[in-house]
Design a protein around this ligand. Sequence first.
Ligand code: ZN
Length: 482
Amino acid sequence: MKPKRERWAEEFPRWFDWILDEAELYDYGRYPVKGMGVWRPYGFQIRRRMIELIREILDKRGHEEVLFPMLIPELLLRREKEHVKGFEDEVYWVTHGGLEPLDVKLALRPTSETSITYMETFWIKSYKQLPKKYYQIVSIFRYETKATRPMIRLREVTTFKEAHTVHDTFEDAERQVLEAIESYKEFFDRLGIPYLISRRPEWDKFAGALYTIAFDTIMPDGRTLQIGTAHNLGQNFTKAFDFKIQLADESLDHPWQTSYGVSDRVVATIVAVHGDDNGLVLPPEIAPIQVVVVPIPAKSEEDEQLVKETLEKVRGVLEELGLRYRIDDRDELRPGAKFYYWEARGVPVRIEVGAREAREEKVTLVRRDTLEKEQVPLEGLRERIPSLMNEIYNSLRDRAWRELRSRVLRTSNLEEARRWIAERRGVVEVPWCGREECAVHLEDELDAKALGSPWPLERASGEKCPVCGRESITWMRYSKSY
Ligand code: ZN
């Protein structure tokens, strides 16, 4: 029987659903609450490595991990007016304890600016304690009214990695936004995920922020997906909470804040951008299993013994390298079925051990990204596996970046922009005068969403806004988005 496969680029949404199930990553749609999914063991392993990576990156930049309660009293959530307006229609409320109605409605946190700022007012009194950088990795809840999608649009986001910082000056908060962007670049770069960084339009920024910088990637079907955001919150929350600190000149003032976060979508993006028709292709650093060893059944007992001995030598090398590996000696499956099984799960390197090669003290390495094979002498295995993993990572990253760049078009010709969105999907960058009405007009005209302007800001010198004809100040990106 030929194994079932889906076409990655041509049928992306179907492919995505197929691989979540086939690779036993995530069960979605069977759990009886809409918008909530179950991490299965293999998916959980990837999720766990993602968490380890973000911890490493935030910890080394002086962030401290905390854990706040999941419930936020209504009064706290309502403190900052713009914030609550932005989230009001998405909040889940806890209204009863047992049979008793609660005196105070409690929100399942949609995000944590309010609860964290509230506690900071007790903990932070002086500029000497600043900057302060907290983060937590928690579930957040949003009653999404748009169509939900596994890992992409959920009502419970199970791995929200949210950071919250406090500063004594506006300039220091600005510096923190830059640091957040650097941190996320490092995070996505380590995963080989390509991105566009945009300053979100005023009308689409985080509720309660001065401005929002966002990372978007492009999925195989050409739709963009927001994968990370950083916000300069100014003094909006500290004023709302009457949070003041003592400054160097002994005066009292409201401190400045930033917040930034990445979610489960990071796992979705790894699955999506690195995949192919055979399934997952995982970057070695986060693959739950980095090497799978498949013995090829031998015809004679003597050969069987030889394969066994070679397997042990291979195991020794893998142990020494400290890699996560599996020796697939299941009797009930033929090698071909094992190959298919591990390819779907994206294991970066496969080692085949057969009698004929074993006699020559060799094994076969197969890399998952290209499925290319090479014979390697046993004695060279220790050097070759790490270098091959490095090549796999580089080639995954380069392929993903090439794909993203090929989907971005900069043009001042609206007809061309329209065709690009309709046929190629992807992103178009069109000159923009800076006025909301022009961008909104183009959203209709292009049947796409305004993502924001390139960050850092790029001038569109000499270009005219195609809507009003005024001089352009920058570019505006448009795409179909998830
Ligand atoms: Zn204009």
